[in-house]
Design a protein around this ligand. Structure first.
Ligand SMILES: [Fe+2]
Length: 387
């Protein structure tokens, strides 16, 4: 029974399907006079933004290019992007890339329209004015950043991943095109696909879940669980790529509105201290954190097991729920996701910072959304178990 009201926010326009990226010119005409195309050097080298550029040229929209986005963007990269924005005299942004490109573009857009540094905006609802308009075109499946009001920027001085959340950085248009994901290498397919799965699972069990996000999250789990192995093992498989990307889109819409929980809260410090890719940090924690969290909402974890293709008929809710942990563990094995020790995270350094990592996780706020609350000591134990 619903006992309260819920709000759901999404970009005004989401175009999805093969060829969606080519529609950028039509949307760009309505958003501004000149665009800054934000991407990374590798994508620029393999020519992935070429169709986007062609579409802009055909629509008569001038643009400058900032291709110096880095993995796990920092405040310095954002400042560099802002400088490019100002020098090129542009008034809106187009991001072509993974979470890093889209997150960098959101941060540049926020600074272009507001005074201050990016660290001033850390936390929820700290950006006073709407950011410069952004068209987001993901090339991974994915972070879901194309439909979320979040950006994650690393504060290198403090080794903290700053989570910045504000409706003022929600993209105006998301162009979700599976053709843009076909060239994704295997390791990135695994990392970003498992990130999307974690978004869906955490959105579903979050204490902020609502009817609309439940529907989206369960659909996302089904699509990703049924297609990620094929997208990973056979990158040219357009149907598997499409379903994985649409799954990521559903997951993004879900967690944009119901938030993520303990896995993401714990994953960010791993990224900040050990520079492990975000999706891999999540995946390496996911089975252990599911096992811990089940008691907080067994029914929802049983639903997750069923959506992941486990046979739950005839089982008790609790037995079915534990299959969710098994299913994620098997997916990690199939996609060759290493444990933290296998990733070269040195044990001595890990033990030295694990308590601080647990404190950072709690400070991010995400663990507060978990169906079972964890103390700092419990989080330390979970880190050690996953290690
Ligand atoms: Fe994520």
């Amino acid at each position: 029974m619903m006992t309260q009201t819920y709000q759901f926010k999404a970009p005004p326009v989401i175009v999805n399907g093969p060829g969606a990226a080519k529609e950028v010119g039509n949307f760009a005409k309505g958003l501004g006079k000149k665009a800054l195309l934000v991407t990374d050097a590798n994508l620029e080298k393999i020519g992935l933004p070429n169709e986007v550029k062609k579409s802009l040229e055909m629509a008569g929209v001038p643009f400058a290019i900032f291709s110096r986005v880095v993995i796990e963007p920092t405040q310095d990269n954002v400042e560099e992007g802002l400088k490019a924005y100002k020098e090129a005299g542009v008034d809106f942004l187009i991001a072509v890339g993974g979470g890093s490109s889209m997150d960098t573009a959101k941060a540049i857009g926020a600074l272009a329209a507001n005074t201050g540094k990016i660290s001033d905006f850390m936390g929820a609802n700290k950006i006073p004015k709407p950011a410069a308009p952004l068209i987001a075109i993901p090339t991974t499946a994915g972070t879901g950043s194309e439909v979320t009001p979040f950006t994650i920027i690393t504060d290198t001085a403090k080794d903290v991943k700053m989570l910045i959340a504000s409706p003022n950085i929600l993209p105006r248009v998301a162009l979700v095109d599976p053709l843009m994901t076909l060239t994704m290498p295997q390791d990135i397919t695994a990392a970003t696909g498992l990130d999307a799965l974690t978004h869906a699972i955490e959105a579903y069990v979050s204490v902020k879940a609502q009817p609309v996000t439940d529907t989206l999250a369960l659909r996302a789990i089904r699509l990703i669980a049924a297609n990620l192995r094929q997208a990973w093992s056979n990158g040219d498989h357009l149907e598997a790529r499409t379903n994985t990307l649409i799954g990521s889109l559903h997951a993004g819409l879900a967690f944009a509105n119901s938030s993520v929980a303990l896995v993401h809260g714990m994953a960010r410090p791993i990224g900040a201290y050990f520079h492990v890719p975000h999706g891999i940090s999540n995946a390496s924690l996911l089975p252990t954190v599911i096992e811990f969290s089940i008691l907080g909402n067994p029914k929802k974890y049983a639903d997750i097991a069923e959506a992941m293709g486990e046979i739950t008929e005839g089982l008790s809710v609790l037995d079915a729920a534990y299959l969710a942990a098994d299913a994620t563990r098997r997916l990690n094995d199939d996609l060759k996701v290493p444990t933290l020790s296998g990733l070269g995270v040195e044990e001595k350094k890990f033990n030295a910072v694990v308590k601080q990592m647990a404190a950072d996780a709690i400070a991010s706020g995400s663990p507060g959304n978990n169906p079972r609350k964890a103390t700092q000591d419990e989080i330390v134990e979970l880190y050690k178990k996953a290690y």
